[in-house]
Design a binder for this molecule. Structure first.
Ligand code: SAH
Length: 300
């Protein structure tokens, strides 16, 4: 990674959050297409180095101005003090275009889902413990937009690796009380805290009446109870697309799933009405792995 604009940053632990944000801003600023495509969830301890992005051509004469713009971007991002401002920020950056998705993201306050001690409205992935992260808001927006047509009122959705429950809650608001949403997460402690988060959020009534559920389980096996699904979101990167998830996708359904190990692509999988499958790559991303519980907790 190009680092000349980062020399001012100390490596002391106090400066680490600032350095991480600047690195992420740096990557965002250099993404040639749009900021929201450049990175996703990654381990908080190394989110910048694990962040995947398309590499544009370097222009040394712009380094100084890039540094200034990075500082400006950093302060803008840390100044964001409310969920509404975060949504406006994503809209201004072109990371969020859909009115419906903006409305839902404004209704579900991300601040309720981010662990205490973090800046809740910064556009970055954040550590949630257990070697997991809550994805960056721009990735949540991107996945909601990719699935929007399959999250209409009354439809069924599955959120694999539901983590904090943020996206699961957004899905539930999209499909409404006639729809069904299941979150599956293999860390029981995260399931317990996600249920508390949702109970404090605008999606609480849907959880109470049972159209939204969160279960402990291996998400690679899906969750057949609410299937087949119009929309499946996978919040962790799989080596391959798990067969049970393809089986639980409804004809006409759409799945968004990061696939790969170090190099990952966010894939959009569509099951046509005749049952055939088409897959295209949406963008390069960096997510935590979809793996076994033991594999994830190694070294934690
Ligand atoms: N989308 C969520 C979490 C993303 S991190 C959010 O933004 O809050 C990915 C999550 O996938 C982690 O919580 C991790 O524990 C979970 N995960 C990884 N492998 C899994 C598996 N096999 N089954 C279920 N959950 C899994």
């Amino acid at each position: 990674m190009h680092s000349s604009s980062l020399v001012v940053l100390s490596s002391s632990s106090a400066a680490r959050p600032l350095r991480r944000l600047l690195l992420q801003s740096f990557v965002s600023a250099r993404s040639p297409s749009s900021q929201h495509l450049c990175f996703s969830a990654s381990s908080s301890s190394s989110s910048s180095s694990r962040c995947s992005f398309r590499s544009p051509k370097r222009n040394p004469s712009k380094v100084f101005f890039t540094a200034i713009s990075l500082m400006e971007r950093f302060w803008t991002r840390t100044r964001i003090g409310s969920n509404k401002e975060l949504v406006e920020y994503l809209q201004q950056n072109g990371a969020l275009k859909s009115k419906k998705v903006a409305e839902v993201m404004e209704t579900v306050d991300r601040g309720l889902f981010v662990p205490h001690g973090n800046l809740p409205y910064v556009d970055s992935p954040m550590d949630i413990g257990y070697n997991a992260t809550i994805s960056a808001p721009h990735m949540h927006a991107a996945c909601l937009e990719l699935l929007e047509k399959n999250l209409q009122p009354g439809m069924h959705a599955l959120d694999v690796g539901s983590g904090t429950g943020y996206l699961t809650a957004c899905f539930a608001l999209m499909v409404g009380p006639q729809g069904r949403v299941a979150g599956v997460e293999h860390i029981p402690e995260l399931v317990a805290s996600s249920i508390k988060n949702i109970q404090n959020s605008a999606a609480a009534p849907l959880l109470k009446e049972g159209s939204l559920v969160v279960h402990v389980g291996d998400g690679r096996l899906g969750w057949p109870d609410f299937g087949p699904y119009d929309a499946i979101h996978v919040g962790a990167a799989a080596p391959d697309i798990p067969r049970p998830l393809l089986d639980q996708l409804k004809p006409g359904g759409r799945m968004v799933i990061p696939v790969g190990t170090f190099s990952q692509d966010l894939k959009v999988v569509e099951k046509k009405l005749d049952g055939s499958i088409s897959v295209h790559n949406e963008t390069s991303v960096r997510y935590v792995p979809l793996t076994s519980r033991e594999g994830q907790l190694q070294g934690y």
